[in-house]
Write a protein that binds this ligand. Structure first.
Ligand code: ARG
Length: 459
C-alpha cells in the first residue's frame, strides 16, 4: 500500500510504478539520507516537536539501517519509489510508530535537495585531490625537462621554440584554475536546504540553524522556495567538470599526436597503451583517446541538467529527479579518468632528440632572426620582410636558417654578422625568452614554484 493511499481510490499502474521510481539510481544517496534524517530527528526532539525518546528511537533505528545497508543486508523495493521512502519504510517496519513521526515538518523536496547537495559536497574534495595528484606529475615531468627544447605550435604549424617543461606548466595552470573553480563551487553550496519543507517551510518551530550546523553547513539557505528548486550547485559542478574534461581532452589529443610515428615526441609505457587485434606493429594510445571520448559524456550531463531546469516553474517538479543520473555519471566519469590519465603521463618517456629535430626543422627561430636585425636598429616590419625572403630562399635550397652561409645572409642584409649563428641557436632562442611566464629555464622554474605552492597549500 502506498503512503498516499488515503487520497487515492486505485492502485498505481505497474508501468507508472516502475516509471516513477528512482531507487535504481538514487540508492547511492543512502548515507546522506540517513545523516540528514538523524539531524532532522535530533532537531525535532530538541524543539519538542516530537518526544525526546521517540527521537532517540528514530536515531538508533536509522543507525542500524545504515550499518545493515553497509553490510549489504538491505534490499530496496521499487514500490517505495526512492531512497527516501525506502529508508522511512524500513524504519517504520523496524521501530513501529516512532518511525512514522520522522517526516514531521519535512518533505522529500528539501530531503532530496539536501541529500544531493551533501553528495556533491563529499565528492568535490576527492576530485580536487585527484587533480592535485596530476599537478604533482606535471611538476615532476617539468623539472626533468627544463632544457628539452621542442617546437611550440600555432595552427599546429611549428611556430616558436619552447620546452617540454613550459608545455607541462601550461597544462598545470589550466588544472590549477579547475581546482579553484571546484573550490568556488564548494564555497557557494555551503548552505543547508533542510527545513524548507515542500516549499514553504512548516508551521512547527523548526530550527534550521541547528540542522545546518549539525550537518556541517555554514548556514541555512535564505529562501525556502529557492532551496527546493535550486540545482545551481550541480550545474556549477558539471560546468567545472566539463571544463576540466575539456582540458584533459586537449592534453589527450596532444598525447595521441605526440606518440604517433609522425611526431614520436613521447613513448607511452606498455602498461598504459594497448595493441591491435590484427596489426602486430600497433601500440595504441587508448587511454588518451578514451579520456577524449568520455569528455562528451560529461558535456552531455551538463546539457541534460541545464535542459531539465530551463523551463521549470518554482518550486519542485518531478523533472528534477532526472538530475541524479547526470550528476552521478559526470562525477563517476571524472573520477575514473583522472587517476589513469595521471599515471599515463607519469609513465610516459620523453624523446628529447626527436623534439630537437622537429624544432630544428621548422624555422621556429625566424622571429628570433627578425629580432636580431631589430636589435641592430632595423624597424621590426622591415626585419620581418627580410627574414621572410631568407625563409623563402631556404625552402628553395632545402636549407634552414642556421645552415645558410654568412654570404647568403649578407646578400640580403649587411646587418648580419658572425654572431647570427649564436642568436639563432635554439637554446639561445629559448633562454633569451626570460620574460615572466616564458619558456626560459628560470621563467619556467618560477612557474613550477607557483604550482608547487598552490599544491602544498592544499596538502
Ligand atoms: N525521488 C525524488 C527526486 O529525486 C524525490 C523528491 C520527490 N518529491 C516529490 N514531491 N515527488 O527528485
Amino acid at each position: 500500500m502506498k503512503l498516499w493511499a488515503g487520497r487515492f481510490q486505485k492502485e498505481t499502474d505497474t508501468l507508472v510504478n516502475d516509471f516513477n521510481s528512482s531507487i535504481g539510481f538514487d540508492a547511492r544517496l543512502y548515507k546522506q539520507d540517513i545523516t540528514g534524517s538523524i539531524a532532522h530527528a535530533t532537531m525535532l526532539g530538541q524543539q519538542g516537536i516530537i518526544e525526546e525518546h521517540e527521537a532517540e528511537k528514530i536515531i538508533e533505528g536509522l543507525k542500524a539501517i545504515l550499518a545493515d545497508i553497509e553490510a549489504d543486508k538491505v534490499e530496496f523495493s521499487l514500490d517505495n519509489e526512492d531512497i527516501h521512502m525506502n529508508i522511512e519504510a524500513l524504519l517504520t517496519q523496524r521501530i513501529g510508530d516512532a518511525g512514522k513521526r520522522l517526516h514531521t515538518a519535512r518533505s522529500r523536496n528539501d530531503q532530496v535537495a539536501l541529500d544531493t547537495r551533501m553528495y556533491v559536497r563529499e565528492e568535490i574534495p576527492t576530485i580536487i585531490g585527484q587533480v592535485l595528484e596530476l599537478e604533482k606529475v606535471l611538476i615532476k615531468k617539468a623539472k626533468g625537462n627544463l632544457d628539452t627544447v621542442m617546437p611550440g605550435y600555432t595552427h599546429l604549424q611549428r611556430a616558436q621554440p619552447t620546452t617540454f617543461a613550459h608545455y607541462m606548466m601550461a597544462y598545470a595552470n589550466m588544472f590549477k584554475r579547475d581546482v579553484t573553480r571546484l573550490e568556488d563551487c564548494l564555497e557557494r553550496l555551503d548552505e543547508c536546504p533542510l527545513g524548507a519543507g515542500a516549499l514553504a517551510t512548516s508551521t512547527y518551530p523548526v530550527d534550521r540553524f541547528a540542522t545546518a550546523q549539525a550537518l556541517g553547513f555554514k548556514k541555512p539557505t535564505d529562501n525556502s522556495m529557492d532551496s527546493v528548486s535550486d540545482r545551481d550547485y550541480a550545474i556549477e559542478l558539471l560546468s567545472a567538470l566539463s571544463i576540466l574534461m575539456m582540458h584533459l581532452s586537449r592534453f589527450s589529443e596532444e598525447i595521441v599526436l605526440w606518440c604517433s610515428w609522425e611526431f614520436k615526441y613521447v613513448d607511452l609505457d606498455d602498461a598504459y597503451s594497448t595493441g591491435s587485434s590484427i596489426m602486430p606493429q600497433k601500440k595504441n594510445p587508448d587511454v588518451a583517446e578514451l579520456v577524449r571520448g568520455k569528455t562528451g559524456r560529461v558535456y552531455g550531463s551538463l546539457v541534460t541538467l541545464l535542459t531539465i531546469m530551463k523551463s521549470l516553474p518554482l518550486a519542485y517538479n518531478k523533472d528534477m529527479q532526472e538530475d541524479k543520473e547526470a550528476i552521478f555519471d559526470a562525477i563517476d566519469t571524472v573520477e575514473l579518468c583522472l587517476p589513469v590519465f595521471s599515471a599515463m603521463v607519469d609513465t610516459l618517456t620523453v624523446r628529447p632528440k626527436n623534439m630537437a629535430k622537429a624544432a630544428a626543422g621548422g624555422f621556429i627561430n625566424a622571429t628570433d632572426c627578425a629580432d636580431y636585425l631589430t636589435k641592430k636598429g632595423l624597424p621590426f616590419r622591415e626585419a620581418y620582410m627580410i627574414v621572410g625572403r631568407l625563409v623563402n630562399l631556404c625552402i628553395k635550397s632545402g636549407d634552414t636558417l642556421d645552415t645558410l652561409t654568412l654570404k647568403d645572409f649578407r646578400a640580403i642584409s649587411s646587418l648580419f654578422d658572425e654572431d647570427v649563428y649564436e642568436a639563432l641557436a635554439l637554446k639561445t632562442c629559448v633562454n633569451e625568452r626570460k620574460v615572466y611566464g616564458g619558456p626560459a629555464k628560470e621563467s619556467v622554474q618560477k612557474q613550477i614554484e607557483l604550482i608547487e605552492e598552490f599544491v602544498q597549500a592544499r596538502a
